[in-house]
Design a protein around this ligand. Structure first.
Ligand code: GLU
Length: 310
């Protein structure tokens, strides 16, 4: 028998087209690197994967885009698995309330980033991974491929290079943390790894599959392997809830009511623990750097299905 919640998703997905007609497509496509600006702003895709392995999608759900900071969820998961709770001596779990690339907070807090999703924190996570892995780029992309179940998930060289050419603030942050002894490896190696992580390309269908372990107690449903323990899956979801949307995490919680993470490529991933993972892509960003339509349609979905974590 079809689970009741699947029927609800089917109904709500059938209304997305008309809902989009009533939703503005405001905001701007990220332009801080030319490679990101080159995207059709009308693109819109969405894919929901349930723990019963049912799938619902709409629009450009199979087209790959730059997942940008959404990869920070995956790098955090891998670093947490490798480093364990010692990780939290070097990075906090508090919302920052500041822009993702702010330097001032880092100075006030002596080189300990507020959380793993602001840039400073994600750079710190890259440093942890560089310490643990022999070939960080290869091993990380293999980790992601196993979550998606596809061998052809890749970094985008053009975007990574473009990130590097414009990555002065990120370079400043790593150097700054290094001055406090909180970065252990070569600054250039950490930055190179970070820029590559930002450049990974995936479709909504692939992203929602990749994140299924966060709604399945840490288990990758494709392989039945443990990605992180159930307790760590809980903690990663908690950090997404509090810190996943730059300084708009409160707004996302308030309107959507799910843990999630956005990226400046216009993607958002949201998790309903024990139920589903949903990925959405619409490139125009609001003032805070989150997908304008993505936020609105996710709010529509949790409102229509009357289901959130609250
Ligand atoms: N690649 C970006 C940067 O470090 C991250 C963008 C994002 O937050 O999605 O500047």
């Amino acid at each position: 028998m079809q689970p009741k919640n699947s029927l609800d998703y089917h109904k709500v997905f059938s209304k997305i087209g008309s809902q989009l007609e009533h939703t503005d497509n405001l905001g701007e496509v990220a332009s801080y690197i030319p490679e990101l600006f080159n995207v059709d702003p009308k693109k819109f895709g969405i894919h929901l994967s349930t723990v019963e392995n049912r799938h619902f999608d709409y629009g450009d759900s199979k087209e790959r885009f730059s997942i940008q900071s959404i990869s920070k969820v995956l790098s955090l998961s891998m670093a947490f698995k490798l480093e364990g709770t010692a990780l939290w001596e070097r990075v906090g779990v508090e919302p920052s309330g500041n822009a993702f690339n702010s330097l001032s907070q880092l100075e006030l807090e002596c080189g300990i980033p507020r959380n793993p999703f602001i840039n400073a924190g994600a750079l710190l996570i890259c440093d942890v991974l560089v310490s643990h892995l022999t070939n960080p780029k290869e091993e990380f992309i293999d980790f992601v491929r196993a979550l998606v179940g596809k061998d052809n998930i890749n970094y985008c060289e053009r975007i990574a290079l473009s990130e590097k050419e414009h990555g002065f603030r990120n370079a400043a942050m790593v150097n700054f943390m290094k001055s406090y002894g909180n970065i252990k490896n070569d600054v250039e190696e950490v930055l190179d790894f970070y820029f590559n992580l930002c450049s990974i390309e995936m479709s909504c269908a692939e992203l929602s599959q990749a994140m299924m372990y966060l709604c399945s107690n840490g288990i990758n449903p494709l392989t039945n392997e443990e990605v992180v323990t159930p307790s760590r899956a809980k903690r990663i979801n908690a950090i997404m809830q509090l810190c996943g949307f730059y300084d708009e995490a409160g707004e996302f919680s308030f309107k959507v009511g799910l843990p999630g993470k956005s990226g400046v490529g216009g993607g958002i991933i949201a998790i309903h623990p024990k139920k589903y993972s949903i990925a959405i892509w619409s490139p125009r960003l609001n003032e805070k750097g989150n997908s304008y339509r993505g936020m609105k349609i996710l709010e529509f979905i949790t409102t229509q299905t009357k289901s959130s974590i609250f």
